[in-house]
Design a protein around this ligand. Sequence first.
Ligand SMILES: *[C@@H]1O[C@H](CO)[C@@H](O)[C@H](O)[C@H]1NC(C)=O
Ligand SMILES: *[C@@H]1O[C@H](CO)[C@@H](O)[C@H](O)[C@H]1NC(C)=O
Ligand SMILES: *[C@@H]1O[C@H](CO)[C@@H](O)[C@H](O)[C@H]1NC(C)=O
Length: 467
Amino acid sequence: MELLSLLFMSSCFLTLSRLTFGDQSGTSVFVKEGDDAILPCSLGTNENIEYVRFEWMKEGTKEEVFTCDSGVCYSPALPDRVSHFRDDLQHGNASIKIKNAQLEDEGIYTCSFPTSGKTFRIELVVGAAEPYVTSHDQINGGVLLQCDVKNANPKPTVEWRDSNNQIIHSEEPQVSKQGGRFYITLKATVEKNGRYRCVATQEKIHHQAQKEIHVHIYGGPVIVKDGADAILPCSLGTNENIEYVRFEWTKERTEKQVYIHDTGADYSPALPGRVSHFKDDLKNGNASIKINNVQLEDGGNYTCSFPTSGKTFRIELVVGAAEPYVTSHDQINGVVLLQCDVKNANPKPTVEWRDSNNQIIHSEEPQVSKQGDHVHITLKATVKKNGHYRCVATQEEIKHQTQKEIHVHIYEPNTRWKIVAVVAIVLAVAVVVGILVRRYFKNKKKTNKKECSAQELKLNADQSEPV
Ligand SMILES: *[C@@H]1O[C@H](CO)[C@@H](O)[C@H](O)[C@H]1NC(C)=O
Ligand SMILES: *[C@@H]1O[C@H](CO)[C@@H](O)[C@H](O)[C@H]1NC(C)=O
Ligand SMILES: *[C@@H]1O[C@H](CO)[C@@H](O)[C@H](O)[C@H]1NC(C)=O
C-alpha cells in the first residue's frame, strides 16, 4: 500500500497490460471521464506506415473510429475528437488519441492493417477513480468531510488520511453500483485543524488518485450573556481579499438577512443598526460580524456564505452564558444567609457555593424555574464562619464557568455581649467616679469657707487689742 502511494501519488491515467485475447496481446487503457485517452497500436517492426492503410473500429458497432489511407485520415464516428501521432507513423506506430473521453466511449477497439492482416485489440475503460471532496461545518465544532468517487471501475478502495498519512476513522462507506460502475461516498468527522486527503485506489489497475482539503475549525458556539456584544467569526481561511466579494449572514429557520456585504455596500435588514463588520479584516478573507447588545431572541444558528465560491459556514450563537449575582443577609444568632441568583442561563448550569478552600459548602435545595429555553436558579446557603465565599455557575456542555465572590464578616454573639458588658462597666465606673469627684470638690469648698471665717474672726480679734 505504501509503495503504491509512493509510485502513484499523482492523479493520472495509466496504461497497463491486463487482458489477452487469444494469441494477440491486448491492452487496457483506463481514464476518467473527461480525460484524453491514448489507444496504443504499434506494428513493432519500425516499418514506416505513413502511406499504409490502418483502421480503428469499435467492436460491437459498425463505427469507423479512425481511418488513415495514403496519408489521408478521417474519423466519421467521433468527428474532431480523434487524432493520430503523425511523427510516430515512421516507426510503425498507429496510436490514436480520443479527446474528452465519455462513459459511452468505453469498449474494445480494434486497430487493423488490412494489407498485412494484422489486428490489435485495445480495451478502453472510462472508470479511473477520481475523488471529489467537500466539507461541511458542524455546529459545536468539528467538520464533516465528504469524499465522492463516481463512475469508478474497477471498484476502488476509498480512505480519508490525515497530514501524517494515517488513515482516519470514517463512517461505513456508502457503495452503489450502476451499469458496471461504482459510486462511493465516504464521510468522516474531524475535530482538528489541518490538511486531509481522500485517497481512492484501484489496485487492479495500479491507479491511485487523491484530493486534499484544508480544515479550519471554529471553537464551538459563541456564548454571551444578554446585553453583551457578540462576535460571530467567519473566515475563508485563504487570506483572499474580500473587500469586493459578496457575503451574506442569515439566521437559520427565520431565513432573516442579518448582514449583507456587497461591493462596498453593507446592510442589515433584520437587525438594523446593530450589526457591523471588521473593515481591516476583510483584506484577509475575514467576514466576521459583531452584533451589539445581544438579546435572548438573537440566539440561534447563523450561516455565513459566499455565493460566488459556494462556501458556507455555520456558527451558533448562544445567549445564555450563566452569570451569578450574590447577596448576603445578616441573620440573628450569628449566621449569614448567602443567596446566589443565576438568570436566563442556557444550557442549564450547575450552581454551587464554595468556601475559600474551594470546598463545596452545604446549601439548600436550589430553586429552579424555566422560561422558554432559559433557566433561573436561586441557591441559598447559611454560613457561620468569616471568609470569602464564591458562587460558581458551570455550563458543562459549552465549557463555560463563571463565579462571583462575597466576603462574610460575622460579629459573634459572645463578642457582642462582652463589648456591651465592657462598655456598660466602663460607663458605670465613669458615672460613679464622676459623682464621687463632684462630691469631694463640693465638700472641700464648704470646709474652706468654714476655716476662712474662723481665721477672719481671729484676725479681727488681734486688731482690736490695744497697743
Ligand atoms: C506510439 O506513440 C504514442 C504517442 O506518441 C506513444 O505514447 C507510444 O508510446 C508509442 N508506442 C510505441 C510502441 O512506441
Ligand atoms: C476575524 O476578525 C475578528 C475580529 O477582528 C477576530 O476576532 C477573528 O479572530 C478573526 N478571525 C481570523 C481567523 O483571523
Ligand atoms: C443549531 O444547530 C444545532 C445542530 O445543527 C441544533 O442542535 C440546535 O438546536 C440549533 N439551535 C437552534 C437554536 O436552532
